[in-house]
Design a binder for this molecule. Structure first.
Ligand code: TRP
Length: 374
């Protein structure tokens, strides 16, 4: 069976290093591997609106930010179809049919939805101090896992490269596919999630050591940050609070600078930037023993990050000078996506027996039955 990728991001802000190691870098590798027949990368604006209904301008402005991040990270429109979710109306129709295959109780058990209900201030137990606390859960938000199942199945995706927070969504998609196929006959493809293979990449902490990079916490390093900004952010990064003097033994576990090195550092970086060590393990051993200062380790991280970000910055500059061209890429991608989704939708309608006008046999049979009756 052809291997097909679909994945995407909500356009609610610029993409950061957490997105990069969690999914974006992998997508580019997969794109270059030649292993996939088709690759669809979606800007999930309709999903972003499920919890930003009152802020359409934010979503609108961030389409270009995410598109620039995609292109500068190395997604190539000649190899991957980049498109905007809301421009593929077929996805809504699929979601409407899938809604009949999912119970309210099942949606209520989705752990990501559960966590987000609290996080977004939709419930009474919302984060304290949220003055704009909204009452009640919008139906569109509540049902977005179903919409996500449409996103994935419309393209017959076999593979969804994503972070672990997306696992419940893929699981729910698989259930919908299973249910659909057993009720209406084999039509849809069960997707698999492709998680990052390195623990540090699975969930990259913020620069403050908190569990996750998040715009609202102000602990992100963005793909679009300058070398100067990266330097400042790394210098201010959380390390081991008990490693006060250089000669003190330090802790590597839970030390954000080392977690980032786990995610980004390659063996060849040592020869280039820190030749007195042969590997990250040697560097860690020295830090644990004592006698290695934070600044030296941070300098290495700055060099490594800027080496990775430099080509991304170059491509960003290129595309920033060509904004109309970027929109053209998205427009063409959305057309291609629409054709693909329409083909799947036609199969879905036929399987569900709602393809009345295409079914000559149906009309003929009924005509005959009524002719015999009269
Ligand atoms: N839920 C994803 C996010 O929060 C975005 C998304 C929408 C997505 N549809 C998808 C991801 C389908 C993978 C597959 O970023």
């Amino acid at each position: 069976m052809a291997k097909i990728i679909l994945t995407g991001d909500r356009p609610t802000g610029r993409l950061h290093l957490g997105h990069f190691v969690g999914s974006l870098r992998r997508r580019v590798e997969l794109q270059e591997s030649g292993e996939f027949e088709r690759i669809f990368i979606m800007i999930a604006d309709a999903q972003a609106l499920t919890d930003n209904a009152d802020n359409p301008e934010k979503v609108r402005q961030n389409i270009i930010e995410v598109a620039l991040d995609y292109l500068s990270a190395g997604l190539d429109p000649a190899k991957s179809t980049l498109f905007i979710q809301s421009q593929v109306a077929e996805l809504c129709e699929l979601a409407f049919y899938y809604m009949n295959l999912v119970t309210v109780q099942r949606l209520q058990r989705n752990p990501t939805v559960k966590a987000e209900i609290t996080l977004r201030g939709f419930s009474e137990q919302s984060v304290e101090g949220d003055t704009q606390q909204r009452q009640g859960i919008p139906v569109g938000f509540f049902t977005y896992p179903i919409s996500q199942a449409s996103d994935i199945t419309a393209f017959k995706a076999t593979t969804v490269p994503a972070g672990e927070d997306q696992e419940p969504m893929i699981e729910q998609t698989r259930e919908i596919v299973h249910k659909f196929n057993s009720v209406y006959g084999p039509t849809l493809v069960e997707p698999e999630i492709l998680l990052p293979d390195n623990a540090a990449c699975l969930r990259l902490p913020g620069t403050d050591g908190k569990a996750k990079m998040s715009k609202s916490l102000g602990n992100c390093i963005y793909l679009s940050d300058t070398a100067e900004e990266v330097k400042k952010k790394v210098m201010g990064m959380y390390t081991d609070p008990n490693h006060l003097r250089v000669e003190d033994p330090g802790k590597v576990e839970g030390n954000t600078v080392f977690t980032y090195l786990d995610a980004f550092c390659q063996p060849e970086h040592f020869a280039k930037y820190l030749p007195e060590y042969a590997s990250l393990d040697e560097l860690k051993a020295h830090y644990r023993r004592g006698g290695l200062g934070d600044v030296k380790v941070k300098r290495l991280l700055i060099a490594v990050l800027n080496e990775i970000l430099d080509p991304i910055r170059e491509r960003r500059k290129y595309y920033e000078a060509r904004i109309p061209e970027v929109y053209e890429i998205l427009r063409r991608g959305s057309e291609v996506a629409r054709q693909t989704a329409a083909a799947t939708l036609a199969e879905v309608r036929a399987a569900m027996k709602i393809d009345y006008f295409d079914d000559a046999a149906l009309i003929e049979e009924q005509a005959k039955a009524y002719a015999n009756k009269n």
